[in-house]
Ligand binder design. Structure first.
Ligand SMILES: CC(C)(COP(=O)(O)OP(=O)(O)OC[C@H]1O[C@@H](n2cnc3c(N)ncnc32)[C@H](O)[C@@H]1OP(=O)(O)O)[C@@H](O)C(=O)NCCC(=O)NCCS
Length: 203
């Protein structure tokens, strides 16, 4: 008597899969997205997400502007502004990566996520240098975030092979002058702009 053949254990290996399975589209495998930013921690332990600015950040940028004091607006833009015009919000969020970098610090513990800080550079290719600006919201200041943004901008200028990063700062803006001095920036007098100084760092 021939021995009984037991097909039950390896049946799937012997039987070809049905044609509709063989020629079915490959299952889409979820590819993890490359992280577009990184978590950073303020001195007091609060967490923010550091990433590049995006076109969709217009509402967050406008909400942040609405929370700023007149003094912070003047220090950031070097003049008073009662509102951030739409055209300017669009312009500030639609950057040209060839000549601009803009990092934002997003607070994702609230919904919608809020922008707590912004640091940006605009490259002057002819001068091989970049102008910076930086802003950290009051409730988040003195937490090392301004220094972090400035350091990232300096690193970005070095990555681009630029020779200098510079910016205008009001002479009354002690926190910014102090912060930049610690990063190695030096002050240059700018007689054309009373009350303002130009600070720069050779890279
Ligand atoms: C200037 C500004 C960016 C600083 O940001 P910040 O997150 O508070 O800065 P940091 O916490 O990284 O502080 C860095 C250094 O700045 C100095 N500093 C910050 N806030 C200060 C304050 N209120 N008074 C005195 N020094 C201050 C400190 O020396 C600090 O060093 P330390 O941490 O070793 O004490 C922020 O106050 C701001 O956005 N101001 C309005 C816009 C502006 O002025 N932009 C600059 C011109 S483009």
């Amino acid at each position: 008597m021939s021995p009984a053949i037991d097909y039950s254990s390896n049946r799937r290996a012997l039987v070809p899969v049905r044609s509709n399975e063989r020629f079915a589209r490959p299952r889409l495998v979820e590819v993890p997205k490359t992280p577009k930013g990184e978590r950073v921690q303020a001195h007091d332990g609060r967490e923010l997400y550091l990433r590049s600015i995006e076109p969709g950040d217009v509402p967050a940028l406008k909400r942040q502007f609405a929370r700023l004091s007149p003094e912070d607006i003047r220090r950031r833009f070097l003049h008073s502004m009662s509102e951030l015009p739409d055209s300017m919000a669009q312009r500030l969020t639609h950057i040209d990566p060839a000549v601009e970098t803009a990092f934002v610090l997003m607070d994702e513990t609230v919904k919608p996520a809020e922008m707590r800080g912004v640091g940006r550079i605009f490259v002057d290719e002819a001068a091989n240098s970049a102008e910076f600006s930086v802003l950290v919201e009051r409730d988040w200041s003195c937490q090392g975030l301004g220094a972090l943004l400035m350091q990232r901008l300096v690193d970005d200028c070095r990555r681009r092979g630029l020779g200098e990063i510079w910016g205008y700062v009001l002479l009354e803006n002690r926190p910014m002058l102090h912060l930049c001095k610690e990063l190695g920036f030096v002050r240059r007098l700018s007689p054309d702009e009373p009350g303002t100084t130009l600070i720069s760092l050779l890279l």
